[in-house]
Design a protein around this ligand. Structure first.
Ligand code: ZN
Ligand code: ZN
Ligand code: ZN
Length: 153
């Protein structure tokens, strides 16, 4: 994942003014390994900057995503953001729905899709959702506990 410094470097390299708010945003994503919704970010920012509007926060998230320092993933409960991966090679993600840890998938299925020639592809997304080993084990334990509880064990 990109560090706070790397995020700021890309932002200033693209001519973005590095305001105190943007520094705080970069630090938030540089240090947070999970996914954050715009509302999470807004709440975090609101503690430091009173009177900050949700629109301003959202605009900054959009800009950061366009610059490639943030990744945007659509979860069932909405769009969430995370700092982009560090490695340059094209890859995709496998995401644990429980702990939101992200694992790289190096295979790209794009060439296997039947996109017509007259359609110019500019980008594509491919994400796999599931449960990592640790979370799966915890889930099984919980299911067993719940079943036993029902049976009155
Ligand atoms: Zn990645
Ligand atoms: Zn997990
Ligand atoms: Zn791909």
């Amino acid at each position: 994942m990109l560090s706070t410094e790397q995020i700021l470097e890309v932002m200033s390299g693209q001519g973005l003014r590095i305001t105190d708010q943007r520094k705080t945003l970069a630090k938030l994503f540089g240090e947070n390994k999970g996914y954050l919704s715009a509302k999470d970010v807004y709440e975090h920012m609101g503690r430091k900057y009173s009177g900050l509007s949700f629109d301003t926060v959202y605009r900054n998230l959009r800009v950061m995503e366009e610059l490639g320092v943030l990744e945007q993933i659509v979860f069932e409960d909405g769009v969430k953001f995370k700092g982009s991966c560090n490695h340059q090679d094209h890859h995709h993600h496998m995401i644990c729905l429980q702990c939101e840890k992200t694992y790289p998938i190096n295979f790209c299925p794009m060439n296997l899709t039947d996109t017509p020639d007259q359609f110019r592809v500019v980008k594509h997304k491919f994400e796999v959702f599931g449960y990592c080993k640790e979370c799966e084990e915890n889930r099984e334990e919980e299911l067993v506990a719940a079943a036993n509880h029902k049976k009155g064990v």
